[in-house]
Design a protein around this ligand. Structure first.
Ligand SMILES: [Zn+2]
Length: 85
């Protein structure tokens, strides 16, 4: 009779989460703290940093972007989903 006494000293905590990573942070446009998908949220690059933009601001700025000849922000599905489906 033998005992398999494997020494699991560390759990696997570093694997990727299921789905996508939800982050909570302030909107670049209005400062409102909101939850968003880090990979999907529309963002603007300010001094090399990506700053998330909330859905309200997207709606607000899109007409101005069109007026300035810039591409529309088009949030991807799930960009603002804070929970599971
Ligand atoms: Zn905003």
């Amino acid at each position: 009779m033998s005992t398999d006494d494997d020494d699991y000293s560390g759990e696997q905590l570093s694997g990727p989460p299921m789905g996508y990573l939800i982050v909570i942070g302030p909107c670049f446009g209005c400062g409102k703290v909101f939850a968003f998908s880090a990979q999907r949220v529309p963002s603007v690059v300010v001094e090399g940093d990506r700053r998330p933009v909330c859905a309200d601001c997207i709606e607000h700025v899109n007409p101005m972007r069109v007026a300035n000849g810039l591409p529309l922000f088009t949030p991807l599905p799930g960009a603002y989903e804070a929970g599971e489906e």
